[in-house]
Write a protein that binds this ligand. Structure first.
Ligand code: UDP
Ligand code: MG
Length: 325
């Protein structure tokens, strides 16, 4: 069993003035409960203001004055949910033993937090919050989310189905995560690729109590593209296959075109144009694909991800002598 930890809740916020008071109220109640149940020793709430243009920051300042467990971090401009979370995580690493990230709208049910902490106390480093069902989401949101998890899952494998960014991370896993120097952040993929012991807790996704989603369709699409291209070079590799397929088809077309030519049923020039069209198309596509392979390698290099993360080590013996018994 671990020591009772210091918990830091990270809440990214972008124009959330409508929902923030309710959220803070519920989170402070939850902290009190956690302390009462002796699941945490100290609890803090860090609200990261992701460049809001409404009164979110003024509210955060007021709450921070009133409650000592609340603090705020304001980003200069709207950097995006993932970047805001990262800022919170960097802030948390020296100030807590365990962090839980949760959206400001509390669509993720915070009532599973005690369960998350119970797992932590049993030695689990990462606990994923998983949405059981998405009845409260619109059809479009549900459909696009499902499609995204399927595509991402089949392309990369590094995805936990129906897990968004509601998760617990131990300090040890957090230190490992912060070693990833990449700028294109897709945290739910990064965290699961760390490979630390993990568990899942399940909940029903709630309706937003107030305010509107800050993820319109275009933002969701670019987030999905970010996820796939940050974790997979398969689309690049696919071009080679497509090129080879084109060349294969071109062989068939060549045979067909010559046969038709011999039968004398063609207008002059048709055969040569058709044949060169397919051949050139196919070889160009293959060539682009090969370039894609190299770009894929460069892409992996520039990310400068750590090559390995150490789990445990035995004691280092400087003098190389047998242990005294
Ligand atoms: N958010 C953010 N920066 C942004 C967009 C969103 O920090 O540029 C925050 C937002 O305040 C919320 C969380 O990210 O706490 C998730 O956003 P939202 O609830 O709007 O997304 P949805 O649940 O509709 O996918
Ligand atoms: Mg939401």
């Amino acid at each position: 069993m671990k020591h009772i930890p210091r918990l830091l809740l990270i809440v990214p916020c972008y124009n959330e003035e409508e929902v923030l008071p309710e959220t803070i109220h519920r989170l402070t109640d939850m902290l009190a409960l956690l302390k009462q149940q002796q699941l945490v020793s100290v609890g803090h709430i860090l609200i990261v203001d992701d460049g809001s243009t409404d009164n979110t920051w003024q509210m955060i300042e007021a709450f921070a004055l009133k409650h000592k467990e609340i603090s705020g971090l304001k980003l200069v401009h709207n950097s995006g949910h993932q970047q805001a979370l990262w800022a919170g995580l960097e802030y948390a690493v020296d100030r807590s033993d365990v962090t839980i990230s949760v959206d400001a709208d509390l669509q993720d049910d915070i009532r599973v937090i005690p369960q998350m902490l119970t797992y932590y106390l049993q030695g689990i480093d990462i606990v994923y919050g998983i949405r059981k069902e998405r009845k409260s989401d619109t059809f479009l949101k549900r459909f696009s989310a499902q499609l995204f998890y399927k595509v991402m899952g089949s392309l990369t494998g590094d995805i936990i189905y129906n897990h968004a960014d509601f998760r617990l991370i131990s300090n040890r896993a957090l230190q490992a995560l912060l070693q990833y120097p990449e700028r294109n952040l897709f945290l739910r993929g990064l965290v699961s690729s760390l490979g630390f012991p993990s568990a899942m807790v399940y909940y029903d996704r709630q309706k937003r109590p107030a305010g509107q989603s800050k993820y319109p369709l275009c933002k969701m699409l670019s987030f999905a593209a970010e996820g796939i291209t940050s974790f997979s070079i398969r689309p690049l590799q696919g071009i080679v296959l497509l090129g080879l397929l084109f060349i294969l088809i071109s062989v068939g077309v060549i045979i067909y075109a010559i046969a038709v030519y011999w039968e004398g049923e063609t207008i002059p020039g048709w055969t040569s144009i058709l044949v060169s069209l397919w051949l050139i198309g196919g070889s160009m596509m293959t060539a682009i694909g090969i370039i894609g392979e190299y770009i894929g390698k460069i892409y992996k290099e520039v990310k400068k991800r750590p090559r390995y993360l150490v789990d445990k080590t035995t004691e280092w013996q400087d003098d190389n002598q047998e242990k005294e018994s």
